[in-house]
Design a protein around this ligand. Structure first.
Ligand SMILES: Nc1ncnc2c1ncn2[C@@H]1O[C@H](COP(=O)(O)OP(=O)(O)OP(=O)(O)O)[C@@H](O)[C@H]1O
Ligand SMILES: [Mg+2]
Length: 526
């Protein structure tokens, strides 16, 4: 008890002395002297403690936005310092496939840059708990502190921090789970607008390795993508938006969708599968596209089916019919309803966006259109500059077949290969059909069985194509015969008409002459 009392007494006298010194300082020291004392204090402190500290809080702005610098530093420290830290936190990412260890709070680790030693520490600020509050409890805020000697201020603030942020961002990108976004119909329940994109984790198995196509062509596409991803400065220099358009065209089952998935995996981009028929109008299209992330592939599949892409030209042709419909009130109403039902996204809306507004968005974006009928598309849509690269995906050639054989059967050569090569030169078979036949159907089915099955399928395809060609030739001949007969009939009718006409003319002439004769006779009689 005595000790406690003494402690309180000495604490009281210390407080009193501090108060006394503070009052003296405030009241009796001249203002100029006070400034000098403060400067001296700072000098003394920096002499005794010559270090600078920089704080990186987890949240920035009004406290709701997670700081990108914090995230990048976190990743950088996770990678570079987890060997030193003794207490680590485990986070699971990429669908339980990868564990990332990060520094636990109150840990300190060292780093070195250009032989300069630095210290990073991770801390947490927990707001005091209140017994009762109307507001939700404030979350604890984490922050990193970087400490270094003041003589390295320049190099640390100008170079080291950039190095940390760049490395951190690169790690974030490599660990990031990619997403597949699809657009919803714009109106949700009760007309309330919900988020327009919904997403799932994108884990498509197709890669450039599994994609069957001529190796040279494949390499060209991959090189093009790499060049694009490295050209940020170049695009900025020439004043163009950092975007690239691809048009993939070819028959169904030749790998257009597979190639998009391979591109996304290769570039580590998110995929935005844009269903144009669900987009109400151009305004909504703009909103959707603005709402895409910085590293994105925007995909519009079967563009010829999604929009009236033939635009103005077709409209002009239909003008006469439209005018006829305008006069019929029922037809007019039906047409209006039809128009309202279908998407009002127009070709010009799409083109305007691709060319113009996009430039305002940062980040790298690919836009990919696919179609089965390239000849149907409006040239305005696919002109170079808009769609920078046109890629034809075609029927399976021998090189593409070899890729599939390697992937599906794990073989690079076989005595049936030369026969297949010869057959593929003669017959159009899609990679999808080849893949389907190469896939073992039962346990223990070897390469021989699968290749034999493929040979049979190609023979069948050849036979089918022959029958189809025959059928088409027959139909064509029938059509020609029909047209010829129709023409003959018309000519006959024409001839018949002219014969009737001439006999009628003769008859009329006869009647006329007779009439005149009668008239004459009448005249004479009268
Ligand atoms: N070039 C290819 N390489 C590897 N697999 C392919 C290729 N083409 C097609 N396939 C296989 O066929 C299936 C269908 O292909 P995909 O969906 O990519 O064709 P598509 O060209 O997009 O067809 P559609 O025009 O009908 O959309 C794929 O799942 C894949 O297994
Ligand atoms: Mg497809």
């Amino acid at each position: 008890m005595m000790a406690m009392g003494e402690m309180w007494a000495s604490l009281g006298s210390a407080m009193a002395s501090i108060m006394f010194v503070w009052t003296m300082y405030q009241n009796y020291f001249p203002y100029e002297l006070r400034g000098q004392i403060r400067r001296f204090g700072e000098k003394l402190r920096s002499f005794v403690y010559p270090y600078i500290q920089i704080i990186f809080p987890e949240y920035q702005g009004d406290g709701f936005e997670r700081s990108r610098a914090f995230t990048a530093i976190e990743r950088y420290l996770d990678k570079n310092s987890t060997k030193q830290a003794k207490r680590l936190r485990a986070n699971v990412i990429q669908d339980c496939e990868q564990i990332v260890l990060s520094m636990q709070e109150a840990e300190e680790v060292t780093d070195e840059y250009e032989r300069i030693k630095l210290w990073w520490s991770s801390s947490k600020h927990t707001p005091p708990t209140q017994s009762f509050s109307f507001y939700p409890r404030e979350e604890a805020k984490r922050y990193f502190t970087l400490t270094f000697h003041k003589k390295h201020r320049e190099i640390i603030t100008k170079m080291y921090l950039k190095h940390v942020l760049d490395q951190g961002k690169a790690i974030t990108v490599s660990q990031r789970q990619r997403k597949l976004y699809t657009n919803n119909k714009s109106e949700g329940w009760y007309g309330y607008k919900r988020t327009m994109w919904s997403s799932v984790v994108f884990e498509h198995p197709s890669t450039f390795d599994t994609l069957a196509m001529e190796p040279k062509k494949k390499q060209e596409i991959m090189d093009d993508l790499i060049t694009f991803s490295k050209s940020k400065d170049y695009y900025a220099k020439i004043g163009k938006a950092w975007k690239r358009g691809y048009l993939l065209y070819g028959p169904p089952g030749t790998g257009k969708s597979s190639m998009i998935a391979a591109m996304a995996t290769f570039m580590k981009y998110d995929v935005y599968d844009l269903e144009l028929t669900s987009v109400k109008d151009n305004t909504e299209l703009r909103k959707l596209l603005i709402d895409t992330s910085g590293k994105a592939i925007i995909v519009i599949e079967d563009i010829d089916c999604s929009l009236d892409l033939t635009g103005q030209r077709e409209k002009k042709k239909e003008k006469n019919e439209d005018e006829k419909d305008e006069n019929d009130p029922v037809k007019k109403k039906m047409k209006n309803m039809e128009e309202k039902k279908s998407s009002q996204v127009t070709l010009s809306g799409l083109l305007n966006f691709i060319d113009g507004l996009w430039s305002a968005l940062g980040g790298e974006r690919l836009i990919v259109f696919t179609t089965n009928f390239v000849e149907k598309l409006d040239p305005a849509l696919i002109r170079r500059g808009r769609m920078d690269k046109h890629i034809e995906l075609s029927y399976c050639g021998f090189e593409a077949f070899k890729v599939l054989a390697k992937n599906y059967l794990d073989i690079e050569s076989h005595n049936l290969f030369s026969e297949i090569e010869h057959m593929l030169e003669e017959t159009n078979v899609t990679p999808a059909d080849v893949a389907e036949n190469l896939m073992p159907k039962a346990a223990g089915e070897g390469a021989d069985i699968c290749l034999e099955r493929l040979i049979k399928a190609i023979k069948q395809a050849k036979e089918d194509a022959r029958l189809k060609a025959e059928e088409e030739a027959k139909l064509k001949a029938e059509e020609e015969e029909r047209l010829r007969a129709e023409k003959e009939e018309k000519e006959k009718q024409k001839e018949g008409d002219s014969e009737v006409k001439s006999s009628e003319e003769t008859l009329t002439k006869g009647v006329k002459e007779n009439g005149e004769e009668v008239k004459e006779k009448g005249k004479v009689a009268s």
